[in-house]
Design a protein around this ligand. Structure first.
Ligand code: 7TS
Length: 410
């Protein structure tokens, strides 16, 4: 670990507070991460010094804002190892990015008889847009199963059966927000390519956590949320291979996405502008680029190792020290997400009581209702770790869950 890690907790002012009389232990990072001071400052400084609309003004502030906005696109392309900045479309986040592909690519390219392949572990935001698309086009949905049991691994033995030439698009999550499993994205993309299917990778849970290289992965599209990777809320991006973006029609119309407009027809600007109608989320895009710098200063490989170490430790300790606990997902090679069920205690009670101890968890179906049903659960509690979490916080988690378990089961 390099020097940037030395005072990592001090970079996040929000962590230094008491909740219900206890020092905060923030373990809800899969929902949203906290923001380092440098990102908060980037936002504030933009509004203090540079705020102006982009792409249309020729005064100094507008040019400054445009420069910073387009520099953020270059930064994002570098972050993902995209071939060029034109492959980055700024969006409101993962949900928005997936809807963009489902609408702009899907409506143009799918017909009855085509198949959209998903996996059984998808978040609703990588499920519902495809259901809507299937309804509009007559294409069918198909699922790559998760193996029986609690390991949460995809059943790769089923891949040849479900990934047939009728599959036109295969959308899957890189990291599950409920199971913590890291899917073999490059392998899945290579298999899809063999049958001529495009791939959409949901990187909401991986973008700020693992090294990401879209060209090594071989994906066609990849969706990212800024707020889960130390960036602001309401901003994210879609990576798309340039030839695909160029061929896709726009999905929303408005200012900035055209080359010319007449009363009865218009011509589109080239990608990515074609997909960024209206005034974009300038300040948040600029702050997101700052978050990318922050993450790369720490090193994404080091962040991945830190997450995995804490998750493996939490997995082992909870299993050993909390009677009867059921933990979802693999024991090793996992992300920082640890979902569990305390028998006889509803997840909302777990989360409410943990909050009394200053421990922030999440409880519910985590926007994974079909997966929950398959696992025979209505909800789970979830601890999710990130770069600023510590082993001492796992002590607090274990002690809290022991207390809750004792309270309910005596
Ligand atoms: N995909 C995955 C795998 C996610 O975990 C989430 C959000 C999304 C997509 C949607 O991201 P958004 O930024 O567009 O909302 N996951 C969660 C979660 O697990 N708890 O709160 C949000």
């Amino acid at each position: 670990m390099n020097a940037a890690w030395k005072n990592v907790r001090a970079d996040f002012p929000i962590l230094d507070q008491q909740v219900n009389g206890h020092p905060l232990v923030y373990l809800d990072n899969a929902a949203t991460s906290q923001k380092p001071s440098c990102v908060i400052d980037a936002l504030a400084n933009y509004y203090r010094k540079d705020n102006a609309n982009v792409h249309r003004g020729i005064h100094t502030l507008s040019m400054r804002a445009t420069f910073a906005y387009e520099a953020a696109r270059e930064r994002a392309a570098k972050f993902l190892n995209a071939a060029e900045p034109g492959e980055i479309v700024f969006t409101a986040g993962t949900t928005d990015s997936i809807n963009l592909v489902a609408n702009a690519w899907g409506d143009e390219n799918l017909k009855p008889g085509d198949v959209i392949l998903l996996t059984e572990m998808e978040h609703h935001s990588n499920l519902v847009p495809w259901q809507l698309l299937a309804r509009r086009t007559g294409a069918k949905l198909r699922y790559l199963p998760v193996v029986a049991g609690d390991t949460g691994l995809l059943d790769l033995a089923q891949l040849p059966t479900v990934l047939t030439p009728e599959v036109k698009i295969f959308a899957f999550t890189h990291v599950s927000n409920t199971l913590g499993v890291i899917n073999p994205a490059a392998e899945l993309c290579a298999a899809a390519k063999k049958v001529g299917a495009l791939t959409v990778v949901d990187a909401a849970q991986s973008a700020g956590h693992l090294p990401l290289d879209v060209r090594a992965m071989g994906c066609d599209f990849l969706a990212v949320s800024g707020h889960k990777m130390c960036g602001p809320t309401g901003v994210g991006l879609l990576y798309g291979r340039k030839t695909l973006l160029d061929a896709m029609p726009p999905y929303r119309g408005g200012g900035s996405m055209i080359s010319s407009v007449e009363y009865f027809e218009s011509k589109w600007a080239p990608a990515p502008a074609k997909f960024e109608a209206g005034t974009p989320n300038i300040a948040d895009v600029i702050a997101l680029a700052r978050a990318m710098d922050y993450l790369d200063d720490l090193g994404r490989e080091a962040i991945a190792q830190h997450d995995e170490k804490l998750a493996a430790l939490a997995y082992a300790r909870l299993l050993d020290e909390v009677p009867g606990i059921r933990i979802l997902g693999p024991a090793h090679h996992r992300s920082g997400v640890v979902s569990f069920d305390l028998p006889g205690v509803h997840a909302h009670d777990v989360v409410t009581m943990a909050d009394q101890e200053g421990v922030a968890l999440r409880g519910g179906h985590h926007c994974n209702q079909p997966l929950m049903k398959k696992l025979g659960l209505s909800s789970t509690s979830r601890a999710s770790f990130y770069l600023y979490n510590t082993e001492a916080e796992i002590d607090r988690l274990v002690a809290t869950l022991q207390k809750i378990s004792k309270f309910f089961t005596g």
